[in-house]
Structures are given as structure tokens and as C-alpha cells.
Design a protein around this ligand. Sequence first.
Ligand SMILES: Cc1cc2nc3c(=O)[nH]c(=O)nc-3n(C[C@H](O)[C@H](O)[C@H](O)COP(=O)(O)OP(=O)(O)OC[C@H]3O[C@@H](n4cnc5c(N)ncnc54)[C@H](O)[C@@H]3O)c2cc1C
Length: 387
Amino acid sequence: MDLQLTPEQIEIRDAARKFAQKEIAPVAAHFDETGEFPRETVMKMGQLGFMGIEIPEEYGGAGLDTVCYVLALEEISKADAAHGTIMSVNNSLVCHGLLKFGTEEQKRQWLAPVASGRYIGAYSLTEPMSGSDAGTMRSRAVRDGDYYVINGRKSWVSSGPVADVIILFTMTAPEKKHRGITAFIIDPRQPGFVLGKVEPKLGIRASATCEIVYEDYRCPVENRLGEEGEGFKIAMTILDAGRIGIAAQALGIAEAAYEASVKYCQEREAFGQKIGEFQGLQWMLADMKTRIEASRLLIYNAALAKERSKVTGERYTLEASMAKLYASETAMWVTTKAVQIHAGMGYSKEMPIERYFRDAKITEIYEGTSEIQRLIIARQILGELAK
Ligand SMILES: Cc1cc2nc3c(=O)[nH]c(=O)nc-3n(C[C@H](O)[C@H](O)[C@H](O)COP(=O)(O)OP(=O)(O)OC[C@H]3O[C@@H](n4cnc5c(N)ncnc54)[C@H](O)[C@@H]3O)c2cc1C
């Protein structure tokens, strides 16, 4: 694995770091507290090219590689994980999906505005009664001439309340279970699209999340993404890319908690010495740093696998799942230790440590829980034996 960053990769990482620390970090606590969507900073992320990093310039993107994407996403998430969620959904779940599976016309109409950050994109697979097991979804799309009539309730749509376009997965042939799922590009301005309840969340509170109800929503046939029945394959292929993004988000959260912990160990005193002189805390820092660097290597490994796949077409499911599993569990572990090191101040809203702790948890849940990642990894290792 070649870990030497190119000048271009260093440039985007530094630009993201500067922007995130100057513009996002100072407002992160406010948006966490209010749960408002940080529209202004998200718009600026679009202007800087961060909302469609890997998308070719002809479709409105920055035309950069996956390593640039993970470097930038880590920096944004280090300042605020909620901005990381918005960026990750837009880039990996929506732009990547439209680029890979969209027709030329769909790319011109939908991808270009999302990749340039003019539109905000969302991805909608989950339903109230169907999370890890997508084959049990209850929403339906029924063909009616040149349209599909869509009915049902989707849940946990990140960026849903503010989305300008949504990739929706719904059943066209329920008897076929996951092979009966079809993907559609949804325009939320059309009749039959109803925003449901906003989800009250533990963390990433500035990333708007809601339910969406479809009531005889008429989706034109030309907005079908891929063929009928291909939706599950499309959803899973998109999630391979998404999981690399979530891993980078987790790394950013862990880094922020680790750096704050080092600083606190150097400053805080107890029993007449710096708390960093206690071996118990030194070992926590040592383990934090080791796990963070191991996560980084798995993420770069997955990013390079995705780059190779642009040439070979090969999937990088195993690399993406390993990176997501390890980095998300590292983020949760590191932020838990960071609260412990900061003790009372770690529990206080006067410092960002408790926010890092709350934000870290989601990385073990969305885009496939840790249990699902282990299942995917085992299947990759054992094939049919683990099915
Ligand atoms: C803040 C937030 C944002 C989200 N954003 C989006 C989004 O933008 N789009 C979207 O489509 N979804 C989104 N989700 C949904 C998310 O992807 C699901 O919550 C997740 O996939 C798990 O589904 P579930 O919550 O229904 O849990 P369940 O599937 O009901 O799982 C419950 C428990 O059972 C375990 N489990 C399930 N199956 C197995 C198995 N086969 N083996 C072992 N253990 C298993 C799970 O790991 C978990 O511990 C979001 C969720 C949250 C909380």
C-alpha cells in the first residue's frame, strides 16, 4: 500500500482542515444544541467542492480521488460529525449512486446540482419495520403507464427534511423479497411527498433526520435508477462506498477526542502532578493512538481498493466493511476513554468531549451495524458457509 500522499491530496486535506477549524468548529456546539440544519456552512462546503469530491468536473464535482475524499471528510468530522454526515451522505450515497447507476440524462439533471452542492441529497432504504433486513420493506411502487405510484413510510432519512433529491428504495415485486426492490430518484417537490416526524437524536443532532411518507406519489419511469429488481444490488453497492465515508467520519471524531485528551493530560494536575504522569492515563493515550492509526490504515486500504475498482470494476466490500467496523468501534472506544480522562469536564457541556462521545455512537449503527459488518466480513471470508 502506497501511503505517500500526493501534493493534491495534501492540498485538499489542508484546505478542509483550515475551513473546518475556522468555520465549522466555532458553530458546532450551537447547532448540536439547537438541532438546526447548518445551511450556511454546508453551502460553503459545496462552494469548496466538498459535496461531490470524486465526481468528474463535467458533472459538477471536484474530480478528485477517494483518498482526497477520506482526508477531507476526516477533517470536517473532526470539527463536527454532523457536518460529516451531511457531506458523507451527499458524496457517497447520492453522488456515487447517481454516477454509477444513472443514465446520462439523470446525471445531467440530478447529479450535477448535487455534486456542486446546489442541491442536498438523501438516501432512503430504511423503514420503521425494516432496518438491517431490507428484504422485509413494506413500501410499494406500482407501475401505472409512464409512472410508478409509490406508497409507504420510510424512516431515518438523513438530510431528509432539507433534501432536494432522494434516492429511494422500494418494492416493485414484494414476493421476490430483496430481489423485488427497485431504486428511484425522488423529487420532493411533487405531490404525495410528505415529510414525517423529525427524529429526536442522541448525537449528530445538526444532521436533519426524519420520516418520509409517500401517498400516491407519482414517479415518472425516467426517474427509475437502474432496472426493476436491481434496487438491492444498487443499495448495497452504494453502501460499500458509504462505509468508507463513515469510517473516515469515525476517524475524525476519534482524532478530535484523542487530541483533546493529550492536551488535558499535559495541563490538568492531581496529587501535585500532571495527570499525564499517571501510567494509567498514559496507557489509555497509547491505545487511543494505536487504534486511530490502525483505523487510518484500514481506511486508506479501502480508499485505494475503491480507486482500483474504478479501473477493474471489482467490488471492495471486504475492505470497506473492515474499515467501517474497526474505525467506528475505535471512535466509540476512544471517546469513552476521552470522557474518562476529562472526568467531570468530560461529562460537561462546557467542553466538546461529551459531544464526541454522543456523536461516535452512530458510526456503529448506520450504513450497517457492527453486527452486520461482521456478518459481511465473515461471508467474504467463508462464502456460502457463512450464509
Ligand atoms: C441517526 C441515524 C441516521 C440514519 N440515516 C439513514 C439514512 O440516511 N438512510 C437510511 O436508509 N437509513 C438510515 N438510518 C437507518 C440505519 O441504517 C439503521 O438504523 C440500521 O441499518 C439498523 O437498522 P435498525 O435500526 O432497524 O436495527 P435492526 O435491524 O432492527 O437491528 C436491531 C439489532 O439487531 C442486530 N441484528 C440485526 N440483524 C442481525 C443479524 N443478521 N445478525 C446479527 N445481529 C443482527 C443489529 O445489529 C442490532 O443490534 C439511520 C439511522 C440513524 C440512527
